[in-house]
Design a protein around this ligand. Sequence first.
Ligand code: ADP
Ligand code: MG
Length: 365
Amino acid sequence: MTRRLPLFALCALLLMVALSGCGEPLREAPITLKGQIFGTYYQVILATPMRRDEVADIEAGILETLEAVDASMSTYRKDSELSAFNRSPIGEWQRLSPELMQVLTISRRVARASEGAFDITVGGLVNLWSFGPEARPETVPPEDLLEERLAQIGPDRVELDTKGGRARRLSDVYVDLSAVAKGYGVDRVGDYLASQGIEHFLVDIGGELVLRGHRDGEAERWRVGVEVPDEHRQVAQYVLALTDLALATSGDYRNYFEEDGRRYSHTIDPRTGRPVAHALASVTVLHADAADADAWATALSVLGPRAALDTARREGLAVLTLERDGEGWRSRVSPAFAERVGDAALDKLGISRPGQAPATDNEET
Ligand code: ADP
Ligand code: MG
């Protein structure tokens, strides 16, 4: 004989099933998820409390997103899509993923707008200067080898067929997306979080960031520190309160090697084939997309203090530069940067407006 459950018991049972997810403990905000990717760190901060199982799902989604970018664009992996492209026969079209095509297209745009200062074909030279995956001693490479590789490169040596979703190498260039892929990864993680209905977050891969919403429920903007150009300390020089944008910083004071008292930066000037050597210590770019911010930060680092700000003005880019000046440094901003952060913030930071004489030269003591 079967006993029938009374209706109210059945309802109670169904309700319990429906609510069972809610029994999961809540994780307080901010929730920080960290790890290693692209040879650097990543950090994601979620500003709203979430259930533990939801956090685990989100973390898995973030990792999957980062892995996909790494598998496509890393030059440190022989099995990446980019490494296969770099081995492809010269002149032969290669069908590429939409993601890789997108990054190649962004790179081409920044290369053109920066008159070749940004050049993803510098890979061969990056390796020669021992900043790439080819393990080499940290020494100045021989002149003849340098000239030989310099003759091979140029943004136009990679031809894109955007409609056909394919690309080809026109000479034996080695494409290196290190200066744009971190930013692209940040964009992809940001899109993933947004697709999961998350509105308030920060994504940081090796100093390239995207900021969305607020850092807490009190409508407080995210705070980002732009460091002083000093490899021995990690001290915030300017703290900017920002949101709903991406930000990237290129600096010559972190990744470099020294020989005979000279410092060799990992940013290569494609016009000379040599590491950049000028007084520009760091460039911070604010942009709608982290990939563009990342690429432009590198491009402007190549151009040097004057040309960086002239180009920023011409292209309407929001840029903050820190320039070495004796024992201290000097900061300058582009008009778009001044507009974005506002006069009050500039005054508070002691940064002069574009075209104005510097208000303060920050002498180090
Ligand atoms: P930073 O944070 O200092 O900008 P990135 O990692 O964004 O550093 O970019 C530096 C890397 O980009 C170098 O290690 C090299 O692989 C590559 N690179 C160097 N010079 C250029 C250049 N002129 N254009 C494009 N990529 C470059
Ligand atoms: Mg960069």
